[in-house]
Write a protein that binds this ligand. Structure first.
Ligand code: ZN
Length: 196
């Protein structure tokens, strides 16, 4: 497995409509594993292929973290975080209902978060890396994460949904973060966000 470099806002690949996966092969499995490892190293809940420079309809989500937040809310203490990456290939959101506002962040927009309105509940159809089809119904953080990652496949970012004032703030924060990297000696940070 390998850590992949994360593209940041301003890079063209994040604005492209990603292409469907046509072959379920070893290359796809390797990409899925590398994306999971990258998401974990970056402390993310989700990561889409365009964020690692590949315009493909694939994303990963850490359902271990989602389960942890659910149990924490229900008072199940002390909850343990078990990393559990699920890979979504050629996903489709087939229904959306309700409205929910939550704070979101994005690995491609480091150092920034803002409230975003999304559907509260969704039904998503997707394929796993072996080409098996699944349909899931989700709400809460899982629904938000799926919608956020799905947007990446459509060339959309969560900052498109906030005011221009906040968007400018996001751009300044990302710039500041990337400038600060020049002095970083953190190998993981440099692998994730360093130069191409
Ligand atoms: Zn994102």
């Amino acid at each position: 497995m390998a850590l992949l470099r994360i593209s940041t806002v301003g890079e063209k690949v994040l604005r492209e409509i990603a292409k469907p996966v046509t072959e379920f092969n070893d290359e796809l499995k390797k990409l899925s594993e590398d994306m999971a490892e990258t998401m974990k190293a970056a402390d993310g809940v989700g990561l889409a292929a365009p964020q690692v420079g590949l315009s493909l309809r694939v994303f990963v989500i850490d359902f271990g973290y989602i389960d942890y937040t659910k149990r924490e809310k229900e008072g199940d203490k002390p909850p343990k975080i078990d990393f559990r990456s699920v890979t979504f290939v050629n996903p489709e959101i087939i229904s959306r209902s309700g409205v929910e506002k939550r704070s979101e962040g994005c690995l491609s927009i480091p150092n920034f978060s803002a409230d975003v309105e999304r559907a509260e509940r969704i039904v998503c159809k997707y394929f796993d890396v072996d080409g098996n089809e699944h349909t899931i119904e989700e709400d809460g953080l899982a629904a938000v994460a799926i919608q956020h990652e799905f947007d990446h496949l459509e060339g959309k970012l969560f900052i498109d949904k906030v005011s221009s004032l906040k968007r400018d703030m996001a751009m300044r924060k990302v710039k500041k973060y990337l400038n600060g990297l020049k002095d970083s000696t953190d190998a993981v940070e440099l692998a994730l966000y360093g130069k191409k």
